[in-house]
Design a protein around this ligand. Sequence first.
Ligand SMILES: Cc1cc2nc3c(=O)[nH]c(=O)nc-3n(C[C@H](O)[C@H](O)[C@H](O)COP(=O)(O)OP(=O)(O)OC[C@H]3O[C@@H](n4cnc5c(N)ncnc54)[C@H](O)[C@@H]3O)c2cc1C
Length: 423
Amino acid sequence: MSTTTKTSTTPNTSTTTDTSATTNTFTALSAPTHVFSSDPYDVIVVGSGPGGSTLARKLSQQGFKVALLDKSDFPRYKVCGGGLTQRAAKQLDIEFQSIVRDGITSMELCCKGENRFTFRKDTPFIHMVMRDEFDDLLLKAALDEGVEFFPSTRVSQVVSGESGVFVDTDRGTCRGRYLVGADGVNSTVAKQVGLMASKQKILALEYEMKVHPDDLNRYKGKVAIDYGFIKGGYAWVFPKRDHLSVGVGLGTRDGQFLQRKLLEYLDREQLTGEFSSQKGFFLSVGGSDPVVAKGRTALIGDAAGLVDPLMGEGIYYALRSANILASAFAQSIASNPDAPFGRYQAEIEREILSEMRLFQRAGKLFHAAPRQFHKMFVRQPKIVDRAFRVIAGELSFADYYERSRRHIGLRAIARLARVLQMW
Ligand SMILES: Cc1cc2nc3c(=O)[nH]c(=O)nc-3n(C[C@H](O)[C@H](O)[C@H](O)COP(=O)(O)OP(=O)(O)OC[C@H]3O[C@@H](n4cnc5c(N)ncnc54)[C@H](O)[C@@H]3O)c2cc1C
């Protein structure tokens, strides 16, 4: 844990309550304790997943005094496939290869077990990580930059005032000028400040599986994806060097159904072994127009519902939203200290939410006729090749969508799906 303490750029001790932001009052909060600095922090970041640690590091580098709070002790296990796409990797400016379990150069796609096809690239387009290792690496990088980290510190209540925020935790109250909720899909910060009330959650299961060395070899450098296996979602195998991460999800919130389907999938893929973890967790899909900031508080990553609803990629958006917020922060608080996140909201809207809307549209279409799409992918590998460019961060999804729409005439498929009353 870091002991470096930075001087607040503009200390502010006002306790004025903005009651429009919350129904709580300061009197409901416990007294400040010695755990936190008695001077307010410039920024309190709640949640030290990839989004929170990256943002905290970037702000600390700019000279802000940052407190990073997490309910867990680190390193901690996180239910996640750990597929770090190349475009996500490009958002990182720290060395991470040391914790990569496997570099993915091929992807086997099939639809309901049929018509298997493997697409190959020369260089890795996904880097497989275990989230305990990855998140710990990002956290350590933040600590190296002087961020003050408070593990095992659960945030329960937030009070936003005109000139500061009070964050109540099971270790006392932390005071700051600004607050960022990076606390994941069930974000307490979002609930407390009244954001993301209409967020949708989708469920996915993730099992860690020790398998026979032959099976490890079978999946080395390769991810396998079966879409259509469950309606509106997919099943996967991700290699992790000494074991496989297998999972299924999206499309339903019925955990028992997903469990049955995952076992069925493993049976079909002739994968047997010992599970070291069998867990499920939600992903958050914020909808098309979520408000991700209010007054002195902003949300990033899963807390802001920034997960692609088609494949469930979230690490990229957690890192990207952290970087967007960090790059505009100093200027934004200088020009509008009481409500500095207007520019952040606008950037998220322009770059990410517009992409989410396209993912939603593409997802509806794709899941209405996965078999037809799969046949098309096999017949016209150019379409998949182009998707690899999105994964690699060389092409935006908007460009991909537009080019593919022209290429394969998606309108015709949409008409077909409508005729079949599939959506
Ligand atoms: C089964 C599954 C598989 C997935 N696979 C992939 C994948 O392969 N690739 C990909 O890109 N994405 C994947 N995702 C999505 C990805 O895991 C998330 O999008 C990503 O973790 C979001 O990062 P984050 O920093 O926003 O939040 P998180 O990583 O969720 O971190 C939030 C942190 O906040 C802390 N916290 C929560 N509440 C509090 C509180 N009250 N007080 C203090 N701390 C708190 C938590 O302890 C946690 O450390 C998957 C998700 C699931 C469920």
